[in-house]
Design a protein around this ligand. Structure first.
Ligand code: NAP
Length: 295
């Protein structure tokens, strides 16, 4: 039997790339959208589809071109939607409407854990709540994944936080819930492989919990060198210049959210990545040097 086709939107991003990897490993025939004509993910075995995932006409073309009846949908407030919740909603609706028109049998939408519980300053989550509602009412068969903070934030040079030897930085040093984008993909594969169980259902993707000193200890164990845990910026600057993310952090720090637990997620994905696993999986510092000792 030939592998089932799946279209992954925004396949070159931090989420898309690892979702593609997980879906390939789960046996899917993976098509990934990108605006680039360079076939960026071909070396991974992903078939590139030239498509701006925020445009309805491009999405219609991508579904026709691939014939995929399964799709992994993400939207992005900070990037593609240029910090406009309204534009993010418009872009997400375009993806859901295109999936409906294409007769998609299973759409997995990536939202955010507890999106409805953050305060109104956390503007980058407004669209997630609205799009979950739109999807539920769309008639498109769906599942929803709700991840917490990505481990990938620990190596994020685009946002001035490159991972360097001997130090790990984040917006909070306090207890936090993390997940690997690879585990978002593995969770998507679980949902797509068992539609009877997962259609209409939501799953929180919460891989691991710990404060930044525990994250540093994990990196130290993998790298074999001592690692310092540091705030990426002082809290007063976080409050002044990153209001949206500051309030998101407060939900983690003060309200101890999101409510889901690694224990619950492990019942679905028993070998979910811990901090130590993630550093091994990620494999390198931002400058390309290997993390693991003796490599
Ligand atoms: N960071 C976290 O902790 C966290 C946690 C939970 C959820 N999330 C969610 O994750 C999502 C972001 O995903 P991500 O981190 O994978 O994104 P990302 O890495 O920033 O995505 C980058 C890709 O977006 C495409 N892109 C950039 N600008 C674009 C534009 N103007 N129009 C169309 N495409 C554009 C580019 O692809 P091409 O050039 O190849 O087209 C680029 O490779 C957001 O919805 C966020 O809410 C994040």
């Amino acid at each position: 039997m030939s592998a089932e086709k799946i279209l992954v939107l925004n396949s070159t991003g931090k989420v898309g790339r690892n979702v593609c990897r997980a879906l390939l490993e789960a046996g899917f025939d993976v098509y990934g959208t990108t605006r680039s004509t360079k076939g960026a993910l071909a070396s991974l075995g992903v078939k590139s589809v030239v498509c701006n995932y925020t445009l309805r006409a491009d999405l219609d073309r991508a579904f026709i071109q691939t014939g995929a009846k399964k799709v992994f949908v993400i939207t992005d407030y900070f990037g593609a939607a240029r910090k406009s919740a309204d534009l993010e909603i418009e872009q997400g609706r375009a993806a859901i409407d295109a999936a409906k028109a294409a007769g998609v049998q299973h759409l997995v939408f990536m939202s955010v854990a507890d999106a409805e519980f953050f305060d109104h300053h956390v503007k980058h989550l407004h669209a997630k709540v609205a799009l979950e509602k739109y999807l539920r009412e769309s008639g498109v068969p769906f599942s929803i994944l709700r991840p917490c903070a990505f481990f990938e934030n620990l190596d994020d040079p685009a946002n001035w936080n490159p991972l360097k030897k001997g130090v790990v930085k984040f917006l909070t040093t306090l207890d936090c819930k993390y997940c690997a984008t690879y585990d978002i993909g593995r969770a998507a594969a679980i949902q797509l492989k068992d539609p009877q169980l997962w259609l209409g259902k939501t799953l929180d993707v919460i891989g691991w919990q710990g404060d930044l000193s525990k994250v540093a200890a994990a990196l130290s164990k993998v790298s074999g060198v001592p690692v310092k845990a540091q705030l990426a910026m002082p809290i007063f600057l976080r409050r002044l210049f990153l209001k949206d993310l500051h309030h998101m952090c407060l939900y983690y720090e003060v309200q101890k959210g999101p409510r889901g637990t690694p224990e619950a997620f492990k019942k679905i994905l028993p070998d979910t990545l811990s901090a130590e696993d993630w550093f091994r999986f990620h494999g390198q510092y931002s400058n390309g040097k290997k993390i693991a000792t003796g490599v």
